[in-house]
Ligand binder design. Structure first.
Ligand SMILES: [Cu+2]
Length: 342
């Protein structure tokens, strides 16, 4: 049988494309997509998986075919042919990756823009450099306790880093605002409209949420994989995440920045509820905090910070009272309530 090699190559190309596309779209590597923004990120990820699968199969396929087709025959002691480069081939294998990288760059830029990353209030920040210059005398790695109370911080309240309003929601307020404070080693969520403080983030499904994220000691990162969102929490500067949680459920909140000895334990939960359930939860929290702060927090072990969990073991692991004292945010409203238990 004598099939022309161009036909074989074309068939191989078609099969490769179909397999890559199928695997790229059905890779199953991402967790549930629970926010309205998540499909944008998944689209980008699946495109990259499609391209990566194609390249992987192409390169590995050529290697495997070559191993069999061009292996040394018994008794063949001659040299291989003296091949010395091929300009058109080199242009081709430079141009193809360049095009792929450029395309992915534009695509990812578009995704970031659609999610609100290019919101001028969130990312375009002329005061950033200003603040950095003024901070340049301080050691970067050192905690900056109380830094959020410096004058620069009040400037920073108007312009935040992160993912802001998407082009569709520009110029209007989010439905729910939550202040998020990252500290070694817990997340504290405060609802500024009602003064409720919680160790768990509750959000109503289908409503736009705006998180204003701060850090009290070192850099942390708020990561909610199911929302496809991650944002650094930076001492002395507020950052922002704006998104719409879509599916009712409970999802993990992970700190994605190595922030100290118990970084691995810095976890919380985000509970997405129907708006009525969320409203009921908020009212119950308000009632609980009015009737007795301590009981509300003591009953709900989920809202204990890592510091509180670890306190009984402090002697064994060599953490002293002074070190534990540093676990508390200097300015968070909720810190006083939690303090009673330590
Ligand atoms: Cu952390």
């Amino acid at each position: 049988m004598n099939i022309p090699s161009s036909i074989v190559t074309m068939l191989a190309g078609i099969i490769l494309t179909i397999v890559s596309y199928w695997f790229g779209q059905h890779n199953g590597l991402m967790p549930q997509a629970a926010s309205e923004e998540a499909p944008w990120v998944d689209g980008l990820f699946n495109t990259m998986m499609t391209i990566a699968t194609g390249l992987f199969l192409l390169v590995q396929g050529i290697i495997i075919i070559s191993v069999f087709k061009y292996r040394r025959r018994p008794g063949d002691e001659t040299d291989g042919p003296p091949i010395e480069g091929n300009i058109p081939l080199e242009i081709l294998w430079t141009a193809i990756p360049a095009t792929i990288v450029l395309g992915l760059g534009i695509y990812s830029f578009e995704v970031y823009n659609s999610m609100g990353g290019l919101d001028p209030m969130a990312s375009h920040d002329p005061k950033t450099m200003h603040a950095e210059v003024r901070h340049s005398g301080a050691a970067i790695a050192a905690p900056l306790p109380g830094a959020t109370e410096t004058p620069e911080a009040s400037d920073a309240e108007q312009v935040a880093l992160g993912v802001g309003a998407s082009p569709g929601t520009q110029g209007r307020d989010a439905d729910v605002s939550v202040n998020v404070l990252g500290l070694q080693f817990a997340w504290i969520f405060t609802y500024p409209d009602s003064g409720v403080t919680s160790g768990e983030l509750h959000l109503p499904a289908g409503k736009e949420a705006k998180l204003t994220i701060a850090a009290s000691d070192v850099i942390h990162a708020l990561w909610i994989p199911q929302f496809r969102l991650k944002q650094d929490a930076i001492p002395g500067r507020d950052t922002e995440l704006r998104f719409v949680p879509k599916d009712v459920g409970t999802y993990p909140v992970v700190c994605a920045e190595l922030c100290g000895a118990y970084h691995g334990g810095m976890k919380a939960q985000v509970v997405v509820e129907e708006p009525e359930v969320f409203e009921a939860w908020l009212q119950s929290q308000i009632a609980a905090q009015q009737s007795g702060d301590d009981r509300a927090i003591a009953l709900n072990t989920d809202s204990l910070s890592e510091a509180e969990y670890l306190q009984p073991y402090a002697d064994e692991i060599g953490v002293n009272a002074q070190g534990l004292g540093q676990l508390h945010p200097p300015q968070a409203e909720g810190s006083h309530k939690i303090h009673h238990h330590i």
